[in-house]
Design a protein around this ligand. Structure first.
Ligand SMILES: Nc1ncnc2c1ncn2[C@@H]1O[C@H](COP(=O)(O)OP(=O)(O)O)[C@@H](O)[C@H]1O
Ligand SMILES: CC(C)(COP(=O)(O)O)[C@@H](O)C(=O)NCCC(=O)O
Ligand SMILES: [K+]
Length: 279
């Protein structure tokens, strides 16, 4: 079995992948913290022959996690943001400082779609751009839904947006604090994504396919107007592409990869942008 770990600022996600059949056998998530309890937080490590890790948590969390895993697992691969990988050139002035989850998302997106806009809706919402040819432009970082809500300190932090909510309802004015906050942060997130996407496509003169991942991807997806695909395993896709272990992975397959969404035309994106400037 292969254990893939995606350690975010809020949640540490894991999945177990069968190295022979490439099937995902189980998944889980725990709050990000220093120590894992094998058998409780993560699966019994006896069945694991390799671990692949993407971590943006504090250095101590990664160190503790790697130390624990190295005692029991033969191969431990830790992803790093590099100057170049898999045909993508990192756009950061200091490439090592790009969050490795963003780098994994950009690599997976590029492998799947060529040029793309990769959006990760987690603790932060990150929006990264890769052009066809592999130039990563850099990106944008916006507080995620939960962080936005907590920063308001209005006592609404524990009332999350119902993931089943219809986008239309979330776009109406709230008539209670909790609704005003939930609808406000939702509007802030989706408008930022829609606007940033349009601006960068306009600047670059190309309509790029959009890929969404992260804990809030599904609910945010309903408010994002441009065609896009939700890919919950996008960060894992970057790990698969960076450290291919199975036959399918060596052939370039990433588990759970969606079809490539067909972007709208650049003319339409530009018309939308021009219209929003008039308002
Ligand atoms: N069951 C859940 N527990 C905690 N957060 C959740 C849950 N479902 C959705 N979320 C949302 O997902 C976000 C965490 O998403 P995730 O992509 O795992 O973030 P990160 O990678 O930053 O840890 C939270 O900030 C919250 O808004
Ligand atoms: C921007 C992030 C905090 C997003 O992390 P997440 O919301 O997925 O936990 C993370 O990618 C990070 O710590 N990046 C380093 C700074 C940067 O990318 O510029
Ligand atoms: K994120």
């Amino acid at each position: 079995m292969i254990l893939d770990l995606d350690i975010g600022n809020t949640l540490s996600k894991w999945r177990l992948k069968d190295a022979d059949s490439s099937e995902i056998r189980s998944r889980g998530a725990v709050w990000t913290r220093e120590e894992w309890r094998p058998g409780a937080d993560i699966p019994n490590l006896d069945v694991v022959e390799a671990v692949r890790i993407s971590s943006v948590a504090r250095a101590a969390v990664l160190e503790e996690t790697v130390a624990l895993l190295r005692r029991q697992v033969r191969h431990v691969y830790v992803a790093r943001s590099t100057v170049e990988a898999l045909g993508v050139v990192n756009g950061y002035e200091e490439p090592g400082r790009l969050g490795v989850d963003r780098w994994m998302g950009a690599l997976a997106g590029y492998q799947l779609a060529g040029g793309c806009c990769a959006v990760d809706c987690g603790s932060a919402i990150t929006i990264d751009f890769v052009l066809p040819g592999g130039v990563h432009l850099g990106g944008f970082i916006v507080p995620g839904l939960r962080l936005m809500k907590e920063s308001l300190k209005l006592g609404t932090r524990n009332v999350a947006i119902d993931p089943e909510s219809e986008a239309d309802a979330l776009l109406e004015p709230g008539r209670r604090t909790v609704d005003a906050v939930n609808h406000g942060i939702y509007m802030a997130a989706v408008s930022a994504i829609n606007r940033i996407y349009s601006e960068v496509c306009d600047q670059q003169g190309i309509a790029l396919p959009v890929l969404l991942t992260g804990g809030d991807a599904r609910v945010i997806s309903r408010g994002v107007q441009v065609p896009h695909a939700v890919w919950p395993d996008m960060v894992y896709g970057g790990l698969e592409a960076s450290f291919p272990l199975t036959f399918a992975e060596r052939a370039g397959k990433m588990s759970g990869a969606p079809g490539v969404p067909e972007p709208v035309s650049l003319e339409k994106i530009r018309a939308g942008l021009a219209f929003s400037m008039l308002l």
